[in-house]
Design a protein around this ligand. Structure first.
Ligand code: SF4
Length: 899
């Protein structure tokens, strides 16, 4: 009997961030005026068994946002839903009539639910008649999809999370899972602790937090990954570990793939040189590969975001097919998705080169099958435009209406300047979002207020094919509506009433399940026919399950390809002949640095949700660029100084982080900061629109750039009780805080106390007698400190210094508009930058318990010498565990201790 998953006060739902798909318990506050209580991990969920990383643990802080979009807006005016729907459907009808169906496009997101995706895909591909349905998942895993399809005939992830724990050799390629998929990383770390003989290899140009558990780190030349696997393929033959039975009975194309691999990576020394690693390290990997059959290769954006991402995926898969390391416990090529529902989007066909339910336009009979199932009047007949092509077609005037849902292409797509031109050219830009202000909502003609994570109802699928429910608990605020509802209303307004007349979201799920099973008979991998008659009560009680879940197999499917049969016409997997290649643009005299991009531990995508949590901002408060110390010295760049990065496409201002984690001539920058949080730090400005020719996935991990220290500037901190317009600043970054507003700023040189006062004196017009200024300036050090008190309470504070300086920002912010007047002691402390009796924590390392670097260093100086002891003393690392790799780096090694 199914257990109910929802009571009046709490639900079991799924984390809205990464592709691990952790189960979450969400509880209602006792009254509407109370904050939502902290969420907890669902102990019964097989992805996380009760654990949450720091982002998941902080979800409650992000639920009540001041920036919710609460009503539909047309041309900046609030309107009723009916009027907004009418505006949108009238324009879609007009452009389709005048220019054909391909003048319309959806640009969707791996954050929306499977049911939202399903109706969007159905409306576009079956009723409007265009396959222009693409998604930000194109930026995340499109290359992995094509790689699987080339090899298996289907987009099938063979493995599950248990395989990561059960393997004896884990090769992690292009993945900083410690920060991007923390709960999976912790499961791996726990398995390795239990079985120390388990080997972990990290292949990544950078030394990341994930390297903490690595037995071997191959810091390869950016983009050279495929050569490693081409070499392993030919080496597998030479060392006699080929699984000849598997190759002969279950695959095609081995000889051609081997010839290509042998020619392109003829020797260990050639391959090591191509990849920029030592022969010794490559030989070590090869020997482990030879000796340890239970191998999983775990890969993510570092492989996928490449102009040859699909080939890299197939180079990996080739090795697993050649050695029969697939369809077995603890073995397989395992691509991990970045987003919570990238997999759900793939299931419904929510990519422009898919049709529906894992069928493509090229699948024989598929168009007819889907048309009959949907009773569709206007079936699309060919692939639509993939993300980058879509925005180029928009700029060319070919796509005239775009409906963007839950994503921020103004920040996430490469070459932001082009994306802006495209959206400016587009005749109607519709944006569905729960936030009022994003870089993309700023470009919209029509805004639809969408429900957010704690309000939405539906399903998502994680990286191991596990379908879980997201359950809404809180009421939708204002006029916010579910995305599926808005799509169906537009569809009905376009005249498609009967096909979009769903009353409840479970009806959509049931139809999606029925389509997956329709005339399937085991021919297609994606079959969840067991749910095609699901009732509302069963849907509400649905427990996590891995697809396929065909009729008669309600327990789902843990692992794929156990019988060695694939979804190609002859049932055999295909080897693909691969010639490894490097990224399209290489560093040059004019553009001497190679830029790699990625994520930080405590932020998610473009910060539209995590940016609301003050505690998450403390780990990494500002956008930065990691620079090797040699390069920094040569260019005169000091740690924390402002750096200008320029590429042929644009520029970005970032703070320098001088670090040996990157190699010389290479820099790294995280991608999260938007213009809502920083005026000039959108990293996508720098990225070219280079894509993989097969998957259309952009090469977002690679750009050529120049670096220069920004000179003639002074650094500052601003805290204010009200938001500030900082147009006079060269650079500003708003750091989320519990109260008031905290900005890190850079001004052009030459500021004086008088000029700064003048800027903010306007705000106090007519209130002069209530305003008091506290002032300090030092002509020798050029320090300036200025505080504005209104009725003896602090409302504004400015610090300026020629160099970046550390002050206790949290304490200063805590003094904003406190109920009592500032004491003399506080007045002095404000001008000093810290109170005399308070410990400076340093930079926050453990977000859960707000433990900083200086506290950790002090504890170690007092004799603590293990992470466990640190946890015992300071509690750091004892909750979500996301900071454990960083904590380990504080612990002196035996060698250091003996010096
Ligand atoms: Fe959410 Fe963290 Fe789990 Fe990812 S690992 S799903 S971000 S709790």
């Amino acid at each position: 009997m199914m257990t109910t998953m929802k009571t009046a006060a709490s639900v079991k739902t799924t984390c809205p961030y990464c592709g691990v798909g952790c189960g979450v318990n969400l509880t209602l506050p006792h009254s509407a005026s109370e904050a939502v209580p902290p969420v907890s991990g669902d102990e019964g969920h097989p992805a996380n068994f009760g654990r949450l990383c720091v982002k998941g643990s902080s979800l409650a802080q992000t639920i009540q946002s001041d920036d919710r979009l609460l009503t539909p807006m047309v041309d900046g005016q609030s309107v009723a839903w009916g009027a907004a729907i009418e505006t949108v459907s009238a324009k879609i009808a007009q452009v389709v009539r005048d220019h054909g169906p391909d003048a319309f496009a959806f640009y969707l997101s791996g954050q929306i639910l499977t049911e939202d995706y399903y109706v969007a895909n159905k409306l576009a591909k079956g009723f409007i008649g265009t396959a222009n349905v693409d998604t930000n998942s194109r930026l995340c895993m499109a290359s992995a999809v094509v790689g699987y399809k080339r090899a298996f005939g289907s987009d099938t992830v063979p493995c599950n999370y248990e395989d990561l724990e059960l393997c004896d050799l884990l090769i992690m390629v292009g993945s900083n899972a410690a920060w991007t998929h923390p709960i999976l990383y912790q499961r791996i770390a726990a398995a390795k602790k239990q079985r120390p003989n388990m080997k972990v290899v990290v292949i990544d140009p950078r030394e990341t937090a994930t390297c903490d558990i690595a037995d071997l780190h191959l810091a390869i030349k950016p983009g050279s990954d495929a050569a490693i696997f081409s070499f392993l393929l030919s080496d597998s033959v030479q060392t006699g570990i080929l699984d000849q039975g598997f190759v002969a009975n279950h695959t095609n194309g081995f000889e051609a793939a081997l010839v290509e691999a042998s020619e392109s990576t003829p020797s260990l020394s050639y391959t090591a040189d191509f990849c920029g690693i030592s022969e010794q390290n490559l030989a070590c990997l090869a020997s482990w590969w030879r000796d340890i059959p239970k191998t999983v290769t775990f890969y993510s954006q570092g492989v996928n975001q490449s102009s040859s991402g699909v080939d890299k995926c197939n180079a990996i898969i080739n090795c697993h097919l050649a050695t029969g390391r697939i369809g077995k416990e603890g073995a397989g090529p395992f691509s991990i998705t970045g987003q919570p529902n990238a997999m759900g989007g793939r299931e419904v066909g929510g990519l422009a080169n898919q049709l529906a339910a894992h069928m493509d336009f090229a699948t024989p009979g598929a168009q007819d099958l889907v048309q009959r199932f949907w009773q569709a009047p206007n079936m699309a007949t060919k692939d639509g435009l993939k993300a980058v092509d879509l925005f180029q077609a928009m700029e060319e005037g070919k796509v005239k209406v775009v409906w963007i849902m839950s994503t921020n292409p103004m920040v996430s797509l490469p070459d932001t300047a082009q994306v802006r031109r495209a959206l400016e050219k587009c005749e109607l830009v519709i944006v569905s979002d729960c936030k009022a202000h994003t870089d993309t909502t700023a470009m919209a003609d029509v805004l639809f207020p969408a429900t957010g994570w704690s309000e939405k109802d539906g399903t998502v699928t994680n990286s191991e094919r596990r379908i879980s429910r997201q359950r809404g608990l809180l009421p939708a605020p204002g006029e916010a509506k579910h995305d599926w509802w808005a799509i169906c209303e537009v569809a009905k307004s376009l005249g498609f009433q009967s096909a979009f007349s769903y009353q409840n979201v479970y009806e959509i799920f049931a139809e999606h399940a029925a389509l997956s099973a329709f005339e399937n008979n085991g021919r297609r991998d994606f079959d969840i026919g067991h749910f095609s008659q699901i009732s509302k009560a069963e849907y509400d009680a649905l427990t996590p399950v891995q697809w396929p879940v065909p009729k008669g197999r309600p327990e789902g499917t843990k692992r794929m390809f156990e019988g060695g049969r694939f979804f190609t016409p002859d049932g055999r997997a295909r080897f693909v002949a691969i010639t490894p290649s490097l990224p399209k643009y290489q560093a040059s005299q004019e553009w001497p640095f190679t830029l790699n991009t990625g994520r930080v531990r405590d932020q998610w995508h473009t910060m539209t949700r995590t940016g609301d949590a003050a505690s998450l901002a403390k780990h990494t408060a500002q956008p930065y660029v990691e620079i090797h110390p040699k390069d920094a010295k040569r260019l005169g760049i000091k740690d924390k100084a402002l750096v200008r990065l320029t590429s042929p496409y644009g520029e970005a201002l970032l703070k320098a982080k001088v670090s040996g984690a990157v190699v010389p001539d290479n820099v790294f920058a995280p991608i999260h900061w938007t213009q809502q949080f920083a005026n000039a730090s959108v990293v996508s400005n720098l990225i070219p629109q280079v894509v993989d020719p097969l998957s259309g996935q952009p090469e977002s991990k690679h750009a050529q750039v120049q670096l220069e220290a920004v000179s003639d500037i002074c650094y500052g901190l601003l805290v204010s009780a009200v938001p500030l317009v900082l147009s006079e600043c060269l650079y500003w970054c708003q750091v989320p805080s519990e109260q008031g507003f905290h900005y890190e700023v850079v001004w052009p040189n030459g500021q004086t106390l008088a000029s700064l006062k003048a800027i903010y004196i306007e705000q106090s017009k007519g209130l002069a007698e209530r305003v008091e200024w506290l002032e300090y300036s030092n002509p020798v050090t050029q320090q300036i400190r200025l505080a504005k008190l209104m009725d003896q309470k602090l409302t504004l504070l400015m610090y300026l210094h020629p160099q970046p300086e550390s002050v206790m920002a949290d304490w200063l912010i805590s003094k904003l508009e406190i109920n009592t007047s500032l004491s003399l002691q506080d007045r002095l402390a404000i001008l000093v930058g810290s109170p005399a009796n308070m410990e400076d924590k340093g930079e926050i390392v453990c977000s859960c318990y707000q433990v900083g670097s200086k506290q950790i260093e002090k504890a170690i100086a007092s004799g603590i010498c293990s992470v466990d002891e640190l946890g015992g003393k300071l509690k750091c690392g004892t909750n979500c565990g996301s900071c454990l790799p960083e904590l380990k780096r504080f612990i002196p090694t035996v060698a250091e201790l003996s010096v």
